[in-house]
Design a protein around this ligand. Structure first.
Ligand SMILES: Nc1ncnc2c1ncn2[C@@H]1O[C@H](COP(=O)(O)OP(=O)(O)OP(=O)(O)O)[C@@H](O)[C@H]1O
Length: 296
């Protein structure tokens, strides 16, 4: 999607190593009702500047995959096999590698902005803490200046004044943008976004997705997107993996999956999207909505 700028750090070798490389990932969850194989042998990669989306209905295993990749599933209740290399380090074989890459190479944008931030601390305190975690030598003043800059980047109006505000003083869309700023505080190479807009209404959803794409274009960050909404997937993705019962039933470019779905399950997901404009080369939405069932 975005142009990849080659820097000294991005040697050809580093460039060709995927940021995320999952091979035959299996995850079993130990539940009160027995063992559930939530993820059943999936393989996928995410490279710099790419957005790769896992799409599927509720219970298909998308979130378990995302949380597994980050090793955020409860130890002892989730058994993982296969491999997941993040920037070359296998987090399945080595949980220590997961701790090393989380909040550095890879950051999570969680699903529900209303519950992801602590209600008793100011936005500034929480964003400042995230920055100082990444840069231990940073003073509070430096963290505030950098944090205000990040809030401006995610289009929070009057960021310097809002620094001292509490989460309840923001709308859902603004909170999600603050969470994006918090994820960016770690200067990650890869973002995992778990249904980042599902708690937001349609117009706010569009503006948050737009912001993510703009950030990606500017920074070349890779993104693993989780969604149940093919409209969202089509807008942001380079590649889409359609997930059902823990497996990928269909994988391809966003255009192929949306325009030429091979599987009945994908066609069902498509049918659940109320309106999709015609595909055009720039991936722009067409401005005139398509009325379902309307006469030509
Ligand atoms: N805490 C849990 N206890 C029991 N079963 C679980 C738990 N979490 C997930 N599962 C099961 O694992 C499978 C995959 O669930 P998962 O949440 O990953 O799917 P999903 O596609 O992300 O759905 P959603 O969009 O609803 O989060 C499902 O069969 C689900 O019932």
């Amino acid at each position: 999607m975005a142009e990849v700028t080659t820097t000294a750090a991005n040697t050809p070798t580093a460039e060709s190593t995927p940021l995320l490389d999952a091979t035959d990932l299996q995850i079993e969850l130990i539940t009160a009702h027995g063992v559930v194989r939530a993820v059943d042998g999936v393989s996928f990669t995410v490279r710099r500047g790419e957005t790769v989306t896992l799409i599927g209905e509720s219970g298909s295993g998308k979130s378990t995959t995302a949380m597994g990749v980050l090793r955020l599933l409860p130890e002892g209740l989730a058994v993982m096999s296969g491999s997941v290399r993040i920037a070359g380090r296998d987090v399945v074989a080595d949980p220590g590698a997961a701790r090393a890459v989380r909040g550095r190479t890879v950051s999570l944008i969680p699903q529900d902005p209303m519950t992801a931030l602590s209600p008793v601390h100011t936005i500034g305190r929480q964003l400042g803490d995230a920055l100082r975690l990444r840069h231990p030598g940073m003073s509070r003043t430096q963290a505030r200046d950098k944090g205000v800059e990040l809030l401006a980047q995610v289009r929070i109006p009057q960021p310097r004044t809002r620094w001292k505000a509490y989460p309840h003083q923001f709308s859902g869309g603004m909170l999600q943008r603050i969470l994006i700023a918090t994820a960016l505080a770690a200067e990650p190479e890869l973002l995992v976004a778990d249904e980042p807009t599902s708690a937001l209404d349609a117009t706010v959803q569009a503006s948050v997705l737009d912001l993510l794409m703009e950030l990606q274009e500017r920074t070349g960050i890779g993104m693993l997107m989780i969604t149940h909404d093919l409209g969202v997937a089509r807008l942001v993705s380079d590649r889409i993996h359609v997930m059902k019962d823990g497996r990928f039933v269909e994988s391809g470019s966003a255009e192929d999956i949306v325009e030429r779905p091979a599987e009945p399950y994908t066609r069902e997901l498509l049918a659940a999207v109320p309106r999709l404009g015609a595909w055009d080369e720039d991936g722009d939405e067409r401005t005139e909505p398509v009325a379902q069932g309307a006469a030509p």
